[in-house]
Design a protein around this ligand. Structure first.
Ligand code: GLA
Length: 400
């Protein structure tokens, strides 16, 4: 009897502590991350400037919430007690004060570390220090942890991420846990109970469809990433999303390509993490990134990752089911010239087999809204006709 009770105890205690903060990331997290633009050249003035721009330029109002410092925020060594130390030159006021500043703006603050012995840029990693580091983050009021995968030697990925998940949970401060092992260990198969989001590929780079090699690894353009991971859509849902990486909007592609990139990340229910210097973004970039209609597609409560409907005649056409039988659709001109779209609703069967949903334009008439131009453009009784510039996008929302 005693033995049975004891086994029950062990079962209960392991399950009690083996948890993530379930209530977080019910829709994909919205925020900013320092890496794409600043790499390790970061400091507290930058963070404050980003927080101020969140409020000044409408990002906060549009729903962006998390400001995340990526690699490079630490000193090269832990202190004599084994604690991580914020680099005193970059962060003279310390991380607690910076977190307080970000919180005072009604925003949330995140940090980066790594499951290995060192981060990818060579700063102290969390291996062997998971609980100590999680307690430190909690004491600073950190709301989000991005956890990378460099210098992990033979570590098992699922196990290593579970250890950090448990450490975060035990530390008691709710944190979004962002798994970043580049899709190497199929995190979409095990990530749901471990983290809130997981990267699905290696690092993004600011190009439409390129691959840039770095010897043992590559950076990937927008369409390379989309095509690589469009088929794991079943894994995404409220509280657990495929992460297509921080965005490159505002980082050198054309405005049309930026619109498409943003539309596609929204269609894919990816976290929308800004990767540009939003303190000095152009009007057009701000307009794209704060488009509430597009963000609402990303933030839809069903949390369904959209799917490719077709890619014929130089168009990519994607659909995403939304709550109340509303649908988002995105038409991308993949060619180098302007193209006309003439889409006859009666000649297409649009559906999402995984979720058993149909866009039934025979039974119902849907009103159509053009999201980037914020205007109504008719209904599904007529053909959808539009002119789309090279690499640009028409993104619509259909509502009965
Ligand atoms: C890896 C990650 C990036 C970034 C860098 C930091 O490459 O995938 O997103 O965090 O490390 O060194």
């Amino acid at each position: 009897m005693k033995r049975i009770i004891c086994l029950v105890c062990i079962f209960l205690s392991t399950n009690l502590f083996a948890q993530k903060f379930e209530e977080l990331a019910q829709t994909p997290p919205l925020g900013w991350n320092s890496w794409n633009t600043f790499a390790t050249d970061i400091n507290e003035e930058l963070v404050k400037g980003i927080a101020d721009a969140f409020v000044r330029d409408g990002y906060k109002e549009a729903g962006y919430e998390y400001i995340v410092l990526d690699d490079g925020w630490m000193s090269r060594e832990r202190d004599e007690n084994g604690n991580l130390v914020a680099d005193p030159e970059k962060f003279p006021s310390g991380m607690k004060a910076l977190a307080d500043y970000v919180h005072s703006k009604g925003l949330k603050f995140g940090l980066y570390n790594c499951a290995g012995s060192k981060t990818c840029a060579g700063y102290p990693g969390s291996r062997g220090y998971e609980y100590q580091d999680a307690r430190l983050y909690a004491s600073w009021g950190i709301d989000y942890l991005k956890y990378d995968w460099c210098n992990t030697s033979k570590l098992n990925a699922e196990g290593a991420y579970m250890t950090m998940r448990d450490a975060i949970y035990a530390a008691g401060n709710p944190m979004v846990f962002s798994i970043c092992e580049w899709g190497d260990n199929d995190p979409w198969k095990w990530g749901k109970d471990v983290g809130h989001i997981w990267r699905v590929t290696g690092d993004i780079i600011n190009c439409w469809d390129c691959e840039v090699g770095h010897g043992s690894w590559s950076s990937w353009g927008v369409w390379k990433i989309i095509n690589m991971r469009k088929d794991i859509r079943k894994a995404s849902g409220p509280g657990h999303f495929n992460d297509f990486d921080m965005m490159e909007v505002g980082n050198g592609m054309t405005d049309a390509e930026d619109r498409t990139h943003f539309a596609m990340w929204s269609m894919l229910a990816s976290p929308l993490i800004l990767g540009n210097d939003i303190r000095s973004a152009s009007k057009e970039t701000i307009k794209t990134l704060t488009n509430k209609g597009v963000i609402a597609v990303n933030q839809d409560k069903l949390g369904i990752q959209g799917l490719r409907f077709t890619n014929a005649d130089g168009f990519e056409i994607w659909v995403k089911p939304l709550t109340n039988d509303e649908w988002a659709m995105t038409f991308v001109n993949m060619t180098d010239t302007v193209k006309q779209i003439d889409f006859d609703w009666n000649h297409h069967e649009i559906g999402d087999d995984i979720n058993g949903l149909r866009l039934d334009t025979k039974k119902n008439t849907y009103k159509i809204k053009d999201l980037f131009n914020n205007k109504s453009i008719g209904t599904t009784t007529n053909n959808l006709k539009s002119t789309i510039a090279s690499h640009d996008v028409l993104m619509i929302r259909l509502k009965k």
